[in-house]
Design a protein around this ligand. Structure first.
Ligand SMILES: NC(=O)c1ccc[n+]([C@@H]2O[C@H](COP(=O)([O-])OP(=O)(O)OC[C@H]3O[C@@H](n4cnc5c(N)ncnc54)[C@H](O)[C@@H]3O)[C@@H](O)[C@H]2O)c1
Length: 261
């Protein structure tokens, strides 16, 4: 699964799933550009330790100017961007629909959805010129089932599926693939800091009885960026320990009179 000679750009690369993706892509041989509003020095040091080249291109994915500047910088330092991982995302806006502020709704869509559009728009010309490209978009299982008190997040993550499908349709003939990954709950530091009662509930509702690991999402992303994944296009890939099955699992256990254990 060699990505030697390829340049990858990962958004939201300072920590969590994005940091793990940057490291996995570097280990697969790619030079990696890191884009984030936060300090990327820890992620940059990890990538550099693999022996690959790294560029830090700070910026806010919701700003067209920041995106153009960051992509131009990454390209100037490392070369044409052939793999793009649209990972940056926020979930700051926790409120029932009826009390959700329109400004908060708009901010979440701007970062999670418009950010991926702006990044894809800025990076795709390099891929078209090369006749080869890989775009991976990080959505969420929230795109499928919704989430209580997170209408903006769920809507933004659902929108990413439409963006992925259209990107795949428009650019398949250029040798470019676009796929969307839908993680369940992944044990990033932010998630691990959640109240224990919530984490226990997630364990119980996940057939695998555990959270996912950032490295597991990163391994999937690195594969989707590889040569071997060239005929996977427009796919929606759940990585959730079977969590999408839980209605059936919990329902059948209730039918049998057994609590999920
Ligand atoms: N952790 C999970 O359980 C989980 C589950 C499903 C989907 N996801 C998705 O995976 C992605 C990464 O999640 P995570 O848990 O690693 O999150 P995280 O909060 O740990 O990391 C997100 C990164 O994105 C950066 N970021 C935020 N806004 C930005 C902006 N406007 N411009 C550039 N960078 C920005 C942050 O600074 C941070 O480094 C997100 O899109 C998230 O919605 C996460």
């Amino acid at each position: 699964m060699s990505l030697a000679g390829k340049v990858a750009l990962v958004t939201g690369a300072a920590r969590g799933i994005g940091q793990a993706c940057a490291l996995a892509l570097a280990r697969a041989g790619a030079d990696v550009a890191l884009l984030d509003v936060a300090d990327c020095s820890a992620a940059a040091a990890e990538v550099a330790a693999t022996g690959r080249r790294v560029a830090v291109a700070g910026g806010d994915v919701s700003s067209a100017e920041d995106v153009e500047r960051a992509v131009a910088r990454a390209r100037a330092e490392l070369g044409p961007i052939l793999c793009l991982v649209n990972n940056a995302g926020i979930v700051d806006n926790i409120a029932p629909l009826a009390r959700m502020r329109p400004e908060a709704w708009e901010r979440e869509l701007a970062v999670n959805l418009t950010g991926a559009f702006l990044m894809t728009r800025a990076a795709v010309p390099d891929m078209v010129a090369a006749g080869w490209g890989r775009i991976v978009i990080i959505s969420s299982v929230a795109a499928r089932g919704g989430l209580f008190n997170q209408a903006a997040y769920a809507a933004s993550k659902c929108g990413l599926i439409g963006l992925t499908h259209t990107t795949a349709l428009e650019h398949a003939r250029h040798g470019i693939t676009a796929n969307v990954v839908l993680p369940g709950m992944i044990a990033t530091p932010k998630v691990q800091a959640m109240p224990p009662a919530i984490l226990e509930h997630v364990h119980a509702a996940t057939p695998a009885r555990r959270l996912g690991r950032p490295e597991e999402v990163a391994a999937l992303v690195a594969f989707l960026c590889s040569e071997g994944a060239g005929f996977i296009n427009g796919a929606e890939i759940d990585i959730d320990g079977g969590g999408r099955l839980n209605t059936l699992v919990l329902g059948s256990q209730r039918e049998l009179g057994r609590p999920p254990g």
